[in-house]
Design a protein around this ligand. Structure first.
Ligand SMILES: [Mg+2]
Length: 193
């Protein structure tokens, strides 16, 4: 359900969430995380439900933005991807799931670090990006969030082969710490300095 814009005339606020490593337990290979390739390996983090419920209660739209190049490359079946997202929608109060199935070689505008998925969802759902947040576990998530004009939080899972983002508004090692930060930031938004 999409909420009406607030009385001050601002758009909706949203939290954009990367999928793998943030909501879904990723597969770890060679010091990096990857999307599970089958339903057998597909499992949500236990803390995700409580975190998203808190964000929802604070009035945020919850938008999943996920690169799934394995679908474009034929390594993940499109029907499995749909089933994975059905499970996610049933378990968590997300408003929409934006998916980019292109490979890096296709150079599309929707694949993070580009902000296309965030901008499209913002247009469709009337989202005020400056009041919104992007949460992810890779530098490309932070880059997409910053390019869209959102505040950014980096979930640091200590990937050996991944360079953490240089510029990010907040870093933490769990989604619950990031949730607390977002709620604190949101409560001071627009307040006199
Ligand atoms: Mg990720």
């Amino acid at each position: 359900m999409v909420m009406a814009a607030d009385p001050a005339g601002r758009g909706n606020k949203a939290v954009f969430l990367d999928r793998d490593g943030v909501l879904v337990i990723p597969e770890f290979r060679d010091g990096r995380s990857y999307a599970p390739r089958s339903l057998e390996g597909y499992e949500l983090y236990r803390e995700a439900g409580a975190c998203l419920a808190q964000l929802k209660a604070a009035g945020f739209l919850l938008v999943v933005v996920t690169n799934q190049p394995d679908v474009g490359a034929g390594l993940v079946d499109r029907r499995d991807l749909e089933k994975m997202h059905e499970i996610l929608r049933e378990a968590l109060p997300v408003d929409t799931i934006e998916v980019c199935t292109h490979t890096a070689e296709q150079r599309c505008f929707c694949r993070k670090p580009n902000p296309g998925m965030l901008l499209q969802a913002a247009e469709r759902l009337g989202i005020d990006l400056a009041r919104s947040f992007m949460v992810g576990d890779r530098a490309s998530d932070a880059a997409a969030g910053a390019a869209a004009g959102c505040q950014t939080a980096f979930l640091d899972l200590a990937y050996a082969a991944e360079t953490p983002p240089e510029h990010v508004d907040f870093r933490a090692t769990s989604l619950s710490i990031i949730t607390d930060w977002i709620l604190a930031r949101d409560s001071t938004f627009g307040a006199p300095q």
